[in-house]
Design a protein around this ligand. Structure first.
Ligand code: SF4
Length: 298
């Protein structure tokens, strides 16, 4: 039986073809968006931080910035894609570093609650029969006195639209999981940390809110399971889609880009002195001056 995740359902809601590529055809992507890459490393550093609180209390924020840089240097490579124009890897690296350092400054000495889970895996049913199952990883769960819990979620992107968190599905699903997992839960707070903006948002849900989230999620799963047609849907999110290079909606752009590349003049390194072009910059004798390839046939 398939266990669904919030991101699996979101993918279907955003673009059915992307959902098909990712979850039905299971096409593996060799590239990764730089926002996802940076966010993954920030999560990794904060998980380490909460894994050794004695160290975190003794250390300066910069120690976590350096740890972030270390992970960045180890993982960054040509597989990391930048979708936004005029952005450089350094911009994202600096943002990620700032996220972990400012988080450390704000929450030191990290004594607001007892950490009961980091990257906590939760797998839980949405119905009594266990027909509809969910799977997720919660960034952090704290017990903050008595039977009160907090679900923490780290975000490295832009701030949510006004009122958007009131109908957020992901953390409400996690709350359903927490209420199933722990025997006594009197209260749950859903906490979002928008790290790049140093903003924190807290929401609480009623039993009716959670019931409604569960029902809507079951309805979404039923729609997915009844679907046989997976058309593409162009949106702003296409820029971050790992399947843009095979998506039929982007065929015209791919053709135009490859035509532009084939017509672009050959770029030569700057001459070492006036009128002096280094020989390694020139196409070999007998080669096509545009492509640098030997012309075997005229
Ligand atoms: S590029 Fe856009 S339309 Fe194509 S699969 Fe991805 S999200 Fe869907």
């Amino acid at each position: 039986m398939t266990s669904y995740s919030h991101s699996r359902i979101s993918s279907f809601e955003n673009c059915r073809l992307q959902f098909k590529y990712r979850y039905i055809d299971r096409i593996k992507s060799e590239t990764e968006g730089i926002e996802a890459f940076m966010g993954k490393l920030v999560h990794e550093v904060l998980e380490e931080l909460y894994g050794n609180l004695d160290d975190a209390r003794r250390s300066a924020p910069e120690a976590y910035g350096e740890r972030f840089d270390q992970l960045w240097q180890r993982g960054f490579g040509p597989q990391v894609r930048i979708a936004r124009e005029n952005m450089t890897p350094d911009h994202y690296r600096a943002t990620g570093r700032r996220c972990v350092e400012s988080y450390h400054r704000r929450y030191h000495p990290f004594d607001s609650g007892e950490v009961v889970g980091r990257e906590m895996k939760v797998e839980f049913p949405l119905d009594r029969q266990g027909r509809y199952r969910m799977l997720g990883f919660i960034d952090r769960v704290d017990r903050v006195g008595g039977d009160v819990y907090e679900i923490h979620d780290y975000k490295t992107g832009s701030l949510p639209r006004e009122g958007a968190l009131a109908s957020d599905r992901q953390l409400s699903l996690y709350e359903i999981a927490i209420r199933q997992r722990f025997q006594k839960v009197s209260e749950v707070r859903q906490v979002w940390h928008y790290l790049a903006h140093e903003r924190t948002f807290v929401e609480q849900r009623s039993v009716d809110d959670l019931r409604r989230t569960g029902q809507l999620t079951i309805a979404a799963i039923q729609t997915i399971e009844a679907t046989t047609d997976f058309p593409p849907r162009r949106s702003a999110l296409c820029s971050w889609c790992e399947y843009q290079n095979i998506c039929p909606l982007w065929e015209a752009e791919r053709a135009a880009a490859s035509l532009a590349a084939s017509e672009a003049p050959l770029e030569l390194p700057a001459a070492t002195a006036k009128g002096d072009t280094p020989s390694h910059a020139l196409p070999p004798a007998g080669a096509d001056p545009r492509t640098g390839q030997y012309r075997l046939f005229e």
